[in-house]
Write a protein that binds this ligand. Structure first.
Ligand code: HEM
Length: 387
């Protein structure tokens, strides 16, 4: 049964995805109250057709209050193109070299702090630390601030849902409010004393001669912090999980770090951390014998499309030689992930440092606890030990 609110479903959604792809490729989910698309070709077509599959009603499966229509991920062109153009330059590969030393330094510092004779939590001890430092540097947030772990904890909480009530609970809304207050404080400080960083520039930016309104500035800053920290941390955890579970892939990446970039792409395909996003139909659509009505919501299950054997032969194998061109791990079309170049650099450098120090490791727990989120799929802890 397709149940994006259940951590138990996230433990192994793949048999359900296969059943949906084969027998119900355009499926109405009572749990999610939306249509679910699972075949690669349908998803690849939907992300390119923003005029039909609109993001303006929100793109997170359970959208946060006020975000719809106000920022990246929740606006359609032409407004979306203009917002994206304002921040795009800071996220381009050629402008990111300055981050590399910080990422390497953060990974080394985190690795030095762990006791390699005992099990350690890859998420709390390594990926969370590297992610927070990378994002703080990128966004120009204060370094060595006491806020950094609070920022991380709230970013992770914001994207969760309550598996029982199937919606946002008070703790998720409180985390969102905390993050908006943190973003507002940062924006106010940058306006008084600009530091040339992304938030300083963005907080005074104009589109066609008009200043962005306060809500756009606030929610875009909040979105960048949330999207950056949760997505990158979750992805690094999934990558480490794949390396723990596939010893041959681990051995090859440790012996030849040049393989790590393609192992990252294969990880995004095989265990997609950004599993499911939402769109709203702007017209009726007939697909696989169903009529989806204008105004209906549609779940784009990227994690299912990435396991579609119609596109990727032998899809349930994590194969570092595969080069999965066109995978949906970063979405696609006009909303394709803005942070993809940063995510790839951070994951490559952190895992390279990790494998240099700990080339061989295993999981100490057979069962994983999955984060309760209808959009993202990653474990809450990943206990590893060196072998
Ligand atoms: C490996 C880590 C990451 C993964 C797997 C990931 C995944 C995704 C996916 C699937 C989307 C498309 C959402 C949709 O279809 O509606 C997306 C959009 C986005 N991501 Fe990422 N992301 C990652 C890292 C980051 C980072 C580090 C940042 C920022 C620092 C970021 C910022 C964004 C933003 C702003 C959007 C919306 C773009 C737009 O609508 O134009 N992401 N991401």
């Amino acid at each position: 049964m397709f149940d994006p609110y259940s951590p138990a479903f996230d433990a192994d959604p793949f048999p359900t995805y296969r059943e949906l792809r084969d027998n119900h490729p355009c499926f109405w989910s009572e749990h999610a109250k939306m249509w679910v698309l699972t075949r690669y070709d349908d998803l690849a077509a939907a992300v390119k057709d923003w005029e039909t599959y609109s993001s303006a009603s929100g793109n997170l499966m359970d959208e946060l209050p006020n975000r719809a229509g106000a920022t990246l991920g929740t606006t359609d062109p032409p407004r979306h193109n203009r917002l994206r153009a304002l921040v795009q330059h800071a996220f381009m590969r050629r402008n990111l070299d300055y981050l590399e030393d910080d990422i390497r330094g953060a990974a080394r510092e985190a690795l030095t702090a762990i006791d390699r004779r005992r099990p350690f939590d890859f998420i709390a001890d390594i990926s969370a630390k590297v992610t927070v430092k990378t994002l703080f540097r990128l966004l120009g947030l204060p370094r060595e601030s006491e806020d950094d772990q609070l920022v991380r904890n709230n970013a992770v909480l914001m994207v969760q849902s309550d598996p029982v009530t199937r919606g946002k609970g008070p703790e998720h809304i409180a985390a969102y409010e905390w993050m908006q207050a943190f973003a507002a404080k940062t924006i106010a400080a940058r306006r008084i004393a600009p530091t040339g960083d992304l938030i300083s520039q963005f907080s005074v930016a104009e589109i066609d001669g008009e200043r962005l309104d306060e809500r756009e500035v606030l929610l875009t800053t909040t979105t960048l912090i949330m999207a950056g920290i949760e997505s990158l941390g979750g992805f690094m955890a999934m990558f480490a999980l794949n390396l723990a579970d596939f010893p041959e892939a681990r051995r090859r990446c440790a012996e030849d770090p040049n393989l790590i970039p393609q192992a990252i792409d294969e990880s995004l395909r095989f265990n997609t951390s950004a599993q499911r996003f939402k769109r709203r139909l702007q017209r009726d659509v007939a697909l696989h014998g169903q009529i989806m009505k204008r105004g209906d919501f549609v779940c784009l299950a990227y994690g299912a499309g990435n396991r579609d054997e119609r596109k990727f032969p032998n899809p349930d194998l994590y194969d570092v030689e595969r080069r999965p061109v066109g995978h949906l791990g970063f979405g696609g079309g006009v909303h394709a992930c803005l942070g993809a170049p940063i995510a790839k650099i951070a994951a490559r450098l952190a895992i390279k440092e990790f494998l240099a120090l700990i080339p061989n490791f295993r999981r100490t727990e057979t069962t994983l606890r999955w984060m309760p989120s209808s959009t993202f799929r990653s474990p809450t802890t990943l206990m590893l030990e060196a072998i």
